[in-house]
Design a protein around this ligand. Structure first.
Ligand SMILES: Cc1ncc(COP(=O)(O)O)c(C=O)c1O
Length: 410
């Protein structure tokens, strides 16, 4: 959704930047689903990307203790020293990355880190290479910073991942960043160490291109391969890599709004300046909770992963059985990204043409009462994204409905 319907008198007041921007398609789909539910319709929402588990108890207790200690004041813009030290420990322990606390920024979710970095580095016309399918917010954030998103389509044949040849082709003298996201939203694809090394070889030939590695789904993976992140795999890239992570997904803390990033001091300082003139910092209580999350036990994680794996298998098996859909097995995150090319060009029961993935998404919402997100929102039409961060019962029912609705198309 854009602001294109805004009245002329109001458009004069709004910036060209915001008039050209799109709101998040996932949030839009979830809003539509909410509206229909408000009208009494039975809607299952598989459009939202957040774990349905409660935040682990010890993290909540740490937040309560911070309230009792009256930790209710402003903190440093970059985040409390206690949290930045916990982040330093996390990067060292999990990723083999060595930072000092002044190389760390904490923000209101990983999203703010991405936003700060782009605002701090992009001049009008600067290019950012975005392999798609990619999270809906990447291109919009680049455009809001007056940069140019350079969209590189990566289909199922390359596992929805950018190849070294595609990267080489996409780089120009105006390229500033390559945005990587592994495990990926929306495809669930995970870059292996070897794949990152191969991309690293290309990047080493282009020293003006920096890497923004969005590792927010690091912990949600289904194979036993160690997690690979560019700054660790290609140490020569570390001095031009921003590694972004957070507590939202792995610790079921989406609403607490804590993300963090590690990178060169000059970049972090510039990002702190941007943050100092916007949100200042995230909540002091959330920061105390995030220390407990990062330093605390991870014994809850296998339960999360087992549930996600079971749900992934349920959804993929059901979607693979639907004529017209094909579906890869995602290796991480909690999304599947089936191709619906085989259903495009069909008609529903009242003769409406299903021409695009958006038509299919609207049809499934209307006639099956299931909210999913069209692939075109992620830069790869002909697909759709199903979030399986929902209960088994909801997923089972949603798959029954999707199957029935798709079989009715002819
Ligand atoms: C790829 C990706 N990056 C970042 C985020 C934002 O995470 P946070 O909630 O920490 O801002 C999301 C949320 O859906 C995401 O999918």
């Amino acid at each position: 959704m854009t602001l294109s319907s805004t009245a002329d008198s109001e458009r004069v007041f709004l910036s060209q930047r915001v008039l050209g921007a799109k709101s998040s398609a996932t949030k839009e789909m979830t809003r539509l689903a909410g509206l229909m539910r408000g009208q009494g319709k039975d809607i299952i929402t598989l459009s939202q990307g957040e774990p349905d588990f409660p935040t682990p108890r010890h993290i909540c207790e740490a937040a309560k203790a911070a309230i009792d200690r009256n930790e209710s004041r402003y903190t440093e813009v970059a985040g409390t020293l206690a949290l930045r030290e916990a982040v330093v420990r996390k990067f060292q322990r999990d990723n083999g990355l060595t930072y000092t606390p002044d190389q760390i920024q904490v923000g209101c979710g990983a999203k703010q880190l991405l936003y700060n970095a782009l605002q701090a580095t992009i001049d009008p016309g600067d290019e950012v290479v975005i392999p798609t399918p990619a999270w809906v917010s990447y291109p919009e954030m680049v455009s809001l910073a007056q940069g140019v998103p350079v969209i590189v389509r990566c289909g199922a044949s390359s596992g929805f991942k950018i190849t070294p040849a595609q990267l080489e082709d996409a780089i120009t003298p105006r390229s500033k960043w390559l945005m990587l996201n592994s495990p990926s939203n929306p495809s669930g694809a995970v870059y292996s160490r070897a794949e990152l090394e191969a991309l690293g070889e290309v990047l080493l030939r282009h020293p003006h291109v920096w890497v923004m590695s969005d590792d927010i789904y690091e912990k949600i993976r289904y194979d036993s391969e160690p997690f690979a992140t560019p700054a660790a795999v290609v140490p020569a890239l570390a001095e031009r890599t921003l590694t972004i992570n957070g507590v939202s997904k792995a610790y079921a803390m989406t609403g607490w709004r804590v993300g963090f990033g590690g990178g060169p001091i000059s970049l972090i300082k510039a990002m702190n300046l941007i943050q100092s003139q916007s949100t200042s910092h995230t909540s002091s209580i959330s920061q105390a909770a995030a220390v407990a999350a990062l330093d605390g036990p991870m014994d809850f994680l296998p339960t999360f992963i087992d549930a996600f794996r079971r749900r992934r298998d349920l959804v993929v098996q059901a979607l693979r059985a639907v004529p017209g859909l094909t579906c890869d097995l995602p290796e991480g995150a909690f999304y599947t990204f089936p191709s619906c090319h085989g259903l495009l060009g069909t008609r529903d029961q009242v003769g409406t043409l299903i021409e695009t993935d958006t038509d299919l998404a609207m049809y499934l919402l209307r006639s099956a009462g299931v909210a999913i997100v069209p692939g075109s929102s992620f830069g790869l039409p002909g697909h759709f994204r199903v979030s399986y961060a929902a209960s088994d019962a909801e997923l089972q029912e949603a798959m029954t409905r999707i199957t029935r609705a798709c079989k009715q198309l002819c």
